[in-house]
Design a protein around this ligand. Structure first.
Ligand SMILES: Nc1ncnc2c1ncn2[C@@H]1O[C@H](COP(=O)(O)OP(=O)(O)OP(=O)(O)O)[C@@H](O)[C@H]1O
Length: 290
């Protein structure tokens, strides 16, 4: 049995212009310990699909699916209180803007300990020890002192490390990382990706990596889902996707990589998507900036 199973997920928003379908019949499975990348350009419904799984969409969103189960639990049947027991504990998510995800009014130590207070049966001393251990695990120097820092006293990369510490605090079975490196300096991006992959391997979590960046896919994923305008265009293991992309859209994404540029100007996805582009010769971009 897969850890996460979604069948025919549809998400529609009520907007002033009428209903808008952001996710249109997406199905996916993630096994324990697997790294799945969901890739696609901005607006393809990657975040909305995963926010639907987490139950974090606003009330204007109508979510339906034939099936949405996590570790054998039917997510569609849970009420809000039951869902809160799973979210943040067995299933956690980190976002693109770590500064915006942390509360500026509380120290990072308080925020990590709050997760432990909500989900784990730990006393104050145990929570503090665990918070120090977590900051150490995510590579923050002087963790005992840094517990007293406020988010604005830390860099963007350090804030993302704190978010990762909060996400793994309760040993989740699944971590969803939504563009976790996009808002960070190029030099820090690789460090954060390496940290996520090493934690995934160390703790045997499943990881869903949402990204628009094929470099991130090549660096991290076992399997890839390509999404476009709310629909799944293609699904394959990572090597097959890079070596033998099936859909025009995937070929377009791969052709837009700097490594595959052939002319003066990088082709854009819209240059390529609607024409029957000749199959691009593609190689996985294993090196260079993400
Ligand atoms: N609350 C909302 N109300 C109306 N439309 C929304 C809402 N949230 C998202 N959308 C729309 O749903 C579509 C999918 O958004 P989503 O954030 O999932 O895209 P994405 O593929 O994750 O891209 P990005 O990387 O830019 O976040 C977009 O067109 C977006 O404008």
């Amino acid at each position: 049995m897969a850890l996460l199973e979604i069948e025919n997920l549809v998400v529609e928003f009520d907007t002033a212009q009428g209903p808008f379908r952001a996710v249109d019949g997406v199905s996916l499975k993630v096994d324990e310990r697997e790294v799945l990348a969901i890739v696609g350009e901005s607006g393809s419904g990657k975040s909305v699909s995963m926010l639907a799984v987490m139950g974090l969409l606003p009330w204007t969103a109508k979510v339906r699916a034939d099936r949405m189960s996590f570790a054998g639990t039917d997510l569609l049947k849970l009420d809000a209180a039951e869902r809160r027991k799973i979210i943040g504990k067995d299933m956690a998510m980190i976002f693109q803007e770590p500064m915006a995800s942390l509360n500026p009014s509380f120290t990072v130590g308080f925020q990590i300990e709050e997760v432990l207070r909500l989900h784990m049966h730990m006393d104050r001393h145990q929570r503090r020890e665990r918070a120090i251990e977590l900051l150490r695990l995510v590579g923050i120097p002087d963790p005992a002192e840094r517990l007293n820092s406020y988010p604005h006293q830390m860099s963007g990369g350090q804030c993302q490390r704190v978010m990762i510490a909060m996400a793994i605090a309760c040993n989740p079975k699944l971590l969803i990382a939504d563009e976790p490196t996009t808002a960070l300096d190029v030099t820090i991006q690789k460090q954060i990706l390496d940290l996520l992959v090493s934690l995934q391997e160390k703790y045997g979590m499943a990881l869903i990596m949402i990204t628009h960046n094929m470099g991130v896919v090549a660096e991290t994923a076992d399997r890839v889902i390509v999404q476009y305008k709310g629909r799944k265009m293609e699904e394959a293991d990572v090597l097959t996707l890079f070596e033998n992309p099936k859909s025009n859209y995937t070929r377009a994404l791969l052709s837009a990589l700097p490594d595959n540029a052939t002319g003066d100007r990088l082709p854009t996805v819209s240059d390529l998507i609607f024409e029957q582009a000749a199959p691009a010769v593609v190689t996985p971009p294993m090196e260079g900036p993400l």
